[in-house]
Design a protein around this ligand. Structure first.
Ligand SMILES: [Zn+2]
Length: 197
């Protein structure tokens, strides 16, 4: 390994605080997902005011890092007076209950993502009954997350804990466990208020 690379590794391993200093790379340490380099040409980004906001942009090719919410979907599955929840197996809030949910892939629609996430996390096949609400929430890991909530009708599959889940269970709507996500609570509330028989 060349001496320069070796030094870089040494600095990164033993002086992580230096690497994370605001002024070192020109990004804010409280950014949930900091972008330090241009994704087109690799140059270090610089902060500039664009359209009234400070944004990171590339001094070489002009690429601008627009920070946008991360789109996700959440599923409300009803059985009689109960709704389906999953016990989370991944951060944030491992071990807490939530709606089956996840981030959209680049090549799928919100409806497709919702059906996929439900199947991955619970083993159930479903189809969208209706759009419940579109909400957003600040995540401790991902920043601003957009949450699209659908009510799902089950058409097959077998209930089981899938990827990213520790447990799956139907809970009576009047006796729900602690759910740490405000957006899920609001989507659930909207669903329960408007459940049709
Ligand atoms: Zn660039």
């Amino acid at each position: 390994m060349p001496l320069e690379s070796s030094n870089s590794v040494f600095i990164a391993v033993f002086f992580p605080c230096t690497y994370l200093k605001d002024s070192y790379y020109g990004f804010e340490v409280n950014d949930k997902i900091p972008v330090r380099y241009c994704i087109k040409c690799g140059r270090n980004l610089e902060k500039k005011e664009i359209e009234g906001k400070k944004r990171y942009c590339c001094p070489d090719c002009g690429w601008v890092h627009y920070k946008n919410p991360l789109p996700s979907v959440a599923c409300v599955v009803r059985k009689d007076d109960c709704v389906l929840l999953i016990k989370r197996g991944v951060a944030p809030d491992i071990g807490k209950w939530a709606l089956p949910s996840g981030f959209l892939e680049d090549d799928e629609s919100p409806v497709e993502g919702c059906i996929r996430e439900l199947e991955e996390e619970t083993g159930l096949h479903g189809r969208v009954k209706r759009l419940l609400d579109v909400d957003n929430e600040e995540s401790s890991i991902y920043g601003n997350v957009l949450v699209i909530g659908y009510e799902i009708e089950i058409i097959g599959g077998e209930l089981r804990a899938g990827s990213d889940t520790l447990e799956v269970k139907f809970f009576p709507v009047n006796n729900l466990p602690l759910i740490p996500f405000e957006s899920h609570l609001r989507i659930l509330k909207r669903a329960i208020e408007t459940f049709t028989t």
